[in-house]
Design a protein around this ligand. Structure first.
Ligand SMILES: [Cu+2]
Length: 269
């Protein structure tokens, strides 16, 4: 028994440096936040982690204390635990956890949704409008071009490549061709399912240029892992130049007879 325990301890000690290395390679922290509202999600994540850690440590201390107290030689004392003192203590602990931890999460989640994540830009905010058509296993991405309308000759259509400028709201509407996918932008702290037959929407605003990852967060079939795309945040000048070049190409390529290529749809806010 003792030998087995020593072996297990030795193995754990040998694995620890590996684990620490792997964790630091991955980064303990959440992905870099490049968005206006991402800090809200981070705050909630961090405060929840802190509160749960405190509860965990408290539980371990109580368990340890009880184990030591009831070691060999301790005289057992039996009771049902339904007296007013016990009921009161249970109610107080439950209330502290329920209102303290769950209550904080609930109130902040609703506030975050109302003040940020569900406060969608209106037409007056002049958002960059994007349509995303998900399919097994790519993201088809469509932007309006200068005319502000979808399904016209100046639409910019890309595969797995979204480009938007910083400091401007980006409004995305999602649709799926086949199964349920989930459009996930970890660096902007947003995620939304894409369904066949109905559109969903999501929005964010970037604060700095860079290239980030788009992932599918819903297991959508054998090649789900291939649904990795890229989002590039440009300065307004670079974005304007990119848009101009893309529109020129799109207009040259436009074929009114190619019905399949015109999968875009009209928008209402
Ligand atoms: Cu997918």
């Amino acid at each position: 028994m003792k030998r087995r325990l020593m072996l297990a301890l030795g193995a754990a000690l040998m694995l620890l440096p590996r684990l620490a290395h792997a964790l630091s390679e991955e980064g303990y922290a959440r992905p870099f936040d490049a968005s206006v509202d991402g800090h809200r999600s981070d705050w909630l994540f961090n405060i929840t982690t802190v509160m749960i850690s405190i509860l965990f440590i408290l539980m371990v201390i109580i368990l340890g204390w009880a184990t030591l107290l009831h070691r060999e030689g301790h005289k057992a004392h039996y009771e049902h635990g339904v007296g007013p003192k016990h009921l009161m203590m249970t109610a107080v602990i439950a209330a502290v956890i329920f209102f303290g931890v769950d209550g904080t999460m609930l109130i902040h989640s609703f506030a975050d949704l109302q003040e940020a994540f569900w406060k969608f830009p209106t037409e007056a905010d002049k958002p960059i409008e994007v349509e995303v058509l998900a399919q097994q296993w790519v993201w088809n991405i469509r932007q309006t071009g200068p005319d502000g309308k979808f399904n016209t000759a100046d639409d910019i259509v890309t595969l797995n490549d979204l480009r938007v400028p910083k400091d401007r709201p980006v409004m995305i509407k999602l649709l799926s061709k086949d199964v349920i996918h989930s459009f996930y932008l970890p660096n902007f702290r947003i995620k939304q399912d894409a369904f066949p037959g109905t559109t969903t929407r999501i929005w964010f605003q970037a604060v700095q240029p860079g290239q980030f990852e788009i992932a599918c967060a819903q297991h959508c079939g054998a090649n789900h892992y291939k649904m990795e795309a890229s989002i590039t945040i440009d300065t307004p000048e670079r974005y304007a130049a990119w848009e101009k070049a893309q529109v020129a190409q799109a207009e040259r390529r436009f074929d009114p007879g190619d019905v399949d290529a015109h999968w875009g749809w009209e928008w209402e806010y």
